[in-house]
Design a protein around this ligand. Structure first.
Ligand SMILES: [Zn+2]
Length: 308
């Protein structure tokens, strides 16, 4: 059966039930006072779908309160369609495509995309490289950082004017964690690597000078000399993190053609999410979408934060 035939993509009540089962796996939680399983369904002709009344604080609520769906006029079943599309597309899906496929306005599609990316943002802070595992760290450049004024340099040369992304890949778990950075100073990169890596980790980087002193803080530091045309010696390489960057860049170039620095972290969250929930790690499309739905709580994004 086609996944697109599933009732929660077409029937609003089924959509609510689907989301409720994921957001409230251990009982219905009142978003106002936090009471668990102390509420009842409001029935009646004029009552909207999925409205409950809390017996404790007496306030009504739905599963949308306190989530990325809150205050949105878009039907929940359309939200589920959008989440599934974004989660199942390897390179992402543009606001234009969402607009055409879902029949919402371009502005709404754009906003939905950013809210879904917000739901994909992970909160996992566990260090990489626990038990002496290898962690690859590298940076890449993408697009133009509009916050940097061009200096007297030839156009297209160097990376100072570009957006910069730092990524870490734990080779044992296959997971990535990436972040937008303002510059390549040791004072910027050092704390990020320090906070995200276990001291027992074996750090794998290229020969960039900013990694030389950072490497001393870990059990081992393997360095690949790219300028000498080296790709790696046995376990000493950064091929995994470079592979991640190539997926990210193909998606950004092919799908999300324009992206300003202020939104870049949201796209990174999307690519990190899909990479960390990929088929090779045993996560398929449906499960990936469900994972995104469980991430909708506490990620409410106001119009101002995405549009300003
Ligand atoms: Zn309550």
């Amino acid at each position: 059966m086609s996944i697109l035939s599933a009732p929660y993509f077409h029937d609003e009540e089924a959509a609510y039930e689907f989301v409720e089962a994921r957001v409230w796996p251990d009982g219905r939680v009142c978003p106002h006072c936090g009471v668990v399983d102390g509420s009842g369904k409001l029935n009646g002709k004029s009552t909207r779908i999925g409205v409950y009344k809390c017996y404790h604080c007496r306030k009504p609520f739905t599963v949308k309160v306190g989530t990325i769906f809150e205050a949105s006029h878009v039907k929940l079943r359309i939200w589920l369609q959008a989440i599934f599309l974004i989660c199942a597309s390897k390179k992402g899906i543009s606001a234009n495509q969402l607009h055409r496929t879902l029949g919402v306005t371009l502005k709404t599609a754009w906003f939905m995309g950013h809210r879904i990316r917000e739901a994909m943002r992970g909160g996992d802070l566990a260090p990489f490289g626990v038990g002496g595992g290898a962690v690859e760290v590298d940076e890449t450049f993408i697009g133009h950082d509009q916050t940097i004024k061009p200096k007297h340099q030839k156009k297209g040369r160097g990376y100072a004017h570009k957006n910069k992304v730092l990524a870490l890949v734990d080779r044992d778990t296959g997971k990535v964690r990436s972040v937008v950075i303002d510059d390549l100073r040791i004072s910027t990169i050092g704390p990020l690597v320090g906070q995200n890596l276990s001291r027992e980790a074996r750090l794998m980087t290229d020969e960039a000078t900013h990694y030389q002193s950072i490497g001393k803080h870990f059990a081992a530091h393997g360095v690949v000399n790219h300028t000498r045309g080296e790709y790696g010696r046995g376990p000493i390489h950064t091929n995994t993190v470079e592979g991640y960057f190539s997926i990210f860049k193909r998606g950004m170039k092919g799908v999300y053609q324009h992206c300003s620095k202020k939104h870049l972290h949201r796209y990174l969250a999307e690519f990190d999410f899909r990479y960390n929930q990929r088929s090779a790690l045993g996560v398929e499309d449906f499960e990936r979408a469900v994972k995104a739905i469980t991430g909708v709580v506490g990620k409410r994004l106001t119009y101002q934060t995405t549009n300003s």
